[in-house]
Design a protein around this ligand. Sequence first.
Ligand SMILES: [Zn+2]
Length: 315
Amino acid sequence: MGFDSLLGNTRLKENLRASIARNRMSHFYLISGPEGAGKKTLAKLLSAALLCRGQEKPCLQCPACRKVMAGTHPDVITVTDDEHKNVAVKLVRQVRDDMFVKPNEGERKIYLFPQELGTEGQNALLKVLEEPPAYAVAILLTDNPEKVLTTVRSRCTELSLQGLSPEEMLPVLKKEYPQAEEGLLQGAMARSGGFLGQAKALLDAGSILSPQTEGFVSALCKKNMLELVNLLTPMGQWNREKLLQELFLWLSLLQQALSCRSGMQATTQQVKTLAQARSSKELLQTIRSLQKAIQYVQENVSGAAVCSYLIWNLI
Ligand SMILES: [Zn+2]
């Protein structure tokens, strides 16, 4: 319950729980993390925690929590500016006037800034927050904390969202994409940097193929040894996890191409191309070589050795 609906980020959640339990909340938060990291989710949970009337905050059950999660709480104000890239300074200044109007029903009044503020806007916000009323809280969201002025950062409690481990992410993706092959999920995870939103966006767009995968399909279809050498040699330096995920993805593509040759419909263009270019026997042979390579990686054989094995055995 509560903060658990944000995946991973164990330490951040523990720290938040502890400060809420001691009622030591800040007036000014900066939530940072790349796209798909869960910034909006955390901003909502934090707002709910600040307004919750339940025991373990945020309880997500009390009327205040429900309103925050539904986006209908009158004391949670989202400041955005559709007309400009950065929020106009004028809007930031309006927050100041609004801030001195007491909360409607909660003990706090929360201002969310999901959009970039720009230098001028940030300076204006600093003035706004010079002497805030006790109930006022501002929460800034950014994909790059470096863009935030030092003067602002030094006044904020910074909540930096981290990527998820494959163990944390895979079960979630499996649940949400029950039809997807594990290899595809592995590929999406590999390219997402651990950020769930990015993995989902890749899966939704059907574009989880990395440049390496595209190169692999191309080299295999053309039986081009040189392309394969150029592709696999740098991959020999990859870490074990990344290499494994890429190889799983290739394996899944080959398995799909093989099913495609026995009459199944191809799910992607790459699968179709592979199925047309190589015979079932050849596909099966490549699958065996890949399975062997995956086994080697799992047995801690060096990446360079595994990649050179693949160079000699894939085509
Ligand atoms: Zn609650």
